[in-house]
Design a protein around this ligand. Structure first.
Ligand SMILES: Cc1cc2nc3c(=O)[nH]c(=O)nc-3n(C[C@H](O)[C@H](O)[C@H](O)COP(=O)(O)OP(=O)(O)OC[C@H]3O[C@@H](n4cnc5c(N)ncnc54)[C@H](O)[C@@H]3O)c2cc1C
Length: 236
């Protein structure tokens, strides 16, 4: 794995989907460290002084392809640190980033891939899919994306572009809250039975999102004949 590097970066974009789901874009100062789709970074708000320890930070999945020259993340505001990000980070703010980390890296490119995302768990897949778009090809990929309401369908333009440009890509959106509906989507939570019915059990199954979703879908897959070695988890 590449050695993580510490870089200063400027906030270039802030999109608030509501008070608790926020997308940030950063422009790195200096050279962008290499990373693989699916990896994550440490983000510190307080300045880093190389003669001191790394400041308090939290980790976030990178939600863009390595080729794109910027860094994007999506956060759910949960505790004290993410509340501080929501209150303090505006365009022009400085942050410190340290990356790459993680091995949720889609390293079996010839296999059928089944990507299961709950909410902001979509981020590592967007990194991978943007990389496929840059490459103009992908393995067979089925994405299942669970959201609460249509306003949280964060990366729809990327998914639409993948559907148009990558012949072996398709996706299904599950919209949890009754009364909210995505055109072409399904009402309700992600249906593990449907995922298994639509894909061979020897596909590679990737799970990213809240621990409860990962536990229940992972258990269902294992109980229904998927080898544990074919289940890859990005656990937060
Ligand atoms: C691989 C990975 C990828 C992730 N990707 C994302 C993502 O893309 N988007 C997203 O929203 N979240 C992501 N998370 C979760 C994220 O890192 C935070 O844990 C989450 O946002 C919690 O919110 P908080 O830090 O505000 O909560 P807090 O209440 O501030 O802290 C939550 C936890 O952080 C730890 N902690 C507390 N104080 C400190 C400290 N001083 N230094 C270090 N750790 C401390 C404790 O374990 C605490 O329970 C990811 C986590 C992992 C492991």
């Amino acid at each position: 794995m590449a050695t993580p590097k510490k870089i200063k970066a400027i906030v270039t974009g802030v999109t608030r989907y509501d008070d608790t789901v926020i997308e940030y874009s950063f422009s790195p100062e200096g050279r962008m460290p290499a990373f693989k789709p699916g990896q994550f970074l440490h983000l510190a708000i307080d300045p880093y002084d190389p003669s001191q320890n790394w400041p308090e930070s939290r980790v976030f999945s990178i939600a863009n392809a390595p080729e794109s020259g910027v860094i994007r993340i999506v956060i759910s505001v949960k505790g004290k640190f993410t509340a501080r990000m929501a209150a303090e980070l505006i365009p022009g703010s400085t942050v410190w980033l340290k990356f790459p980390y993680g091995n949720f890296t889609f390293d079996h490119p010839d296999n059928q891939m089944v990507l299961v995302a709950g909410g902001t768990g979509i981020s590592p897949y967007i990194s991978f899919l943007e990389h496929c778009l840059a490459d103009r090809q992908s393995p067979p990929v089925s994405l299942y994306y669970g959201i609460r309401e249509e306003r949280f369908m964060i990366f729809e333009p990327v998914l639409v572009q993948c559907k148009q440009s990558l012949p072996r890509f398709n996706y299904t959106v599950f919209c949890e809250n009754p009364g909210h509906h995505i055109q072409g989507g399904v009402t309700g939570i992600i249906d593990a039975g449907r995922i298994l019915a639509e894909n061979p059990p020897d596909a590679d199954f990737y799970l990213s999102g809240p621990p409860l979703m990962i536990d229940s879908i992972g258990r269902f897959l294992r109980d229904n004949g998927v080898s544990p070695g074919r289940i890859f988890i990005d656990e937060w």
